[in-house]
Design a protein around this ligand. Structure first.
Ligand code: FES
Ligand SMILES: [Fe+2]
Length: 423
């Protein structure tokens, strides 16, 4: 990558004097061969965030939930739903009880933008119909505007043409229980451009655009080091929704993703986790559209961390550790804020008693919360440093540990370039 190697960072007036401080760094030709990290302003400036929403996040397939969240409490309920936020876009996913059809929409009424349902991630969410919470406009499960109660008969002799105000759809795909959406389908960067917005063809379009990830999750294909063997598939079908936990972070979403993408920091900020990791053997595998951590256990250690740990571009981490599976959604909520929304899934038939299963689930969630807390303290500190302006001349990425970060930043840079955001 080509980067400017000189930045003038501070230039401001104090009284009548111009004070300027030049933090320019010249890199030697030796260091120029290393991959540079992104400059601080890419994590701070709202312009970059908006470019990422339009050119990277909006067109990308992103996990929004799990099919076990779409269940009704009784057989008379016509549909189930959950409402979530996808990178700032409110989303609602609905499933018809009669046909099983899943649709996804922007959870934004076409009248004045009201919500059709409040955000929820509960396990049972009956839906009687899509009706706006603000003035009651009603939509069909297919997104068609059906009714505009008490709106007024006509305006200057014209009746309202409702067909212009159907819900704004997202593309939705279900794959082995996971539900993915694209908030901005059919934009130039949509990898599934032109595919239907729902149904089997949308599901197939998802798989086509995410073939390497799907193969990995299903244990298909083999990596040169044997990690992609069939035995390491993630048995998604054995799991169902247990609970959802959310953490609000004061940092740019990319800092959290990058932190997930390397194990370089483990000995320094995760003392407990570090005991269960052999850093000499620790590897990060970069594949098309995903990055996987491989960490053989130190001899004699029985670990609750053994499993599959991978990131799916751009905002999903899948953490599978035998008894449990967490789907970790990294949800950007603004240039300097992010929400980590965990969906915890546990085995339907864990063996043993319900209490035992519940105890294991509670322990696993407590452990995950502890590690997340350690990561959060660090990435929030990084955000403060970047906002302070002291990191405009970026450092080098470790060729041993940070290839995943380099891969992610390459995809981000390409999106910035497409959106005209320069450093
Ligand atoms: S905003 Fe939905 S009916 Fe008015
Ligand atoms: Fe960490």
């Amino acid at each position: 990558f080509f980067f400017c190697t000189s930045f003038t960072m501070l230039s401001f007036h104090s009284g009548s004097k111009l004070i300027s401080a030049n933090f320019a760094r010249k890199f030697s030709s030796v260091n120029a061969s290393f991959t540079r990290s992104l400059p601080g302003k890419a994590f701070v400036d709202p312009k970059f965030y908006e470019v990422e929403r339009q050119h990277l996040l909006g067109p990308a397939w992103q996990l929004v939930g799990h099919e076990s969240q779409l269940v009704t409490s009784n057989e008379k309920a016509p549909a189930s739903y959950f409402a979530e936020t996808v990178c700032g876009w409110p989303a609602i996913v609905v499933k018809s009880a009669k046909t099983g059809q899943v649709n996804a929409y922007h959870n934004v009424c076409r009248h004045k933008g009201g919500p059709l349902e409040w955000n929820n991630t509960a396990g049972i969410c009956d839906l009687n119909g899509l009706k706006c919470k603000y003035h009651g406009w009603a939509y069909s499960l297919e997104g068609k505007l059906l009714g505009v109660p008490a709106f007024g008969e006509s305006c200057e002799g014209h009746k309202l043409d409702r067909s212009e105000f159907n819900l704004w759809p997202m593309r939705v795909a279900t794959w082995r229980g996971l539900i993915f959406v694209q908030a901005l389908p059919n934009t130039p960067e949509d990898p599934s451009k032109g595919a239907p917005l729902t149904g089997p063809e949308a599901n197939a379009a998802f798989v086509k655009a995410n073939q390497a990830f799907c193969d990995r999750m299903s244990g298909i294909g083999g990596g040169s080091n044997g990690t992609n063997s069939a035995s390491s598939s993630v048995p998604l079908e054995e799991f169902s929704f247990h609970s959802a936990v959310s953490h609000k972070l004061k940092c740019n979403w990319k800092l959290y993703v990058e932190n997930y993408l390397e194990g370089y920091h483990i000995p320094h900020i995760h003392p407990e986790l570090n005991k269960q990791v052999d850093m000499k053997e620790y590897k990060v595998l970069v594949r098309e559209g995903y990055v996987e951590h491989v960490s053989p256990l130190p001899a004699g250690v029985v670990s609750s961390y053994e499993g599959v740990w991978l990131w799916h571009h751009p905002t999903l981490a899948v953490n599978y550790y035998g008894t449990g599976l967490s789907l970790e959604r990294i949800v950007p909520t603004g240039p300097g804020t992010t929400e980590i929304r965990y969906i915890y899934l546990f085995r339907k038939e864990a063996g043993g008693s319900v209490e035992e299963g519940q105890k294991k689930a509670t322990e696993a969630i407590a452990m995950s919360t502890e590690v997340t807390g350690e990561d959060v303290s660090m990435v929030e500190e990084l955000q403060r440093a970047l906002e302070g302006g002291g990191y405009q001349s970026p450092g080098c990425l470790s060729p041993r540990h940070e290839q995943g970060v380099g891969y992610f930043q390459k995809l981000v840079r390409e999106a910035h370039a497409r959106g005209g955001a320069t450093y």
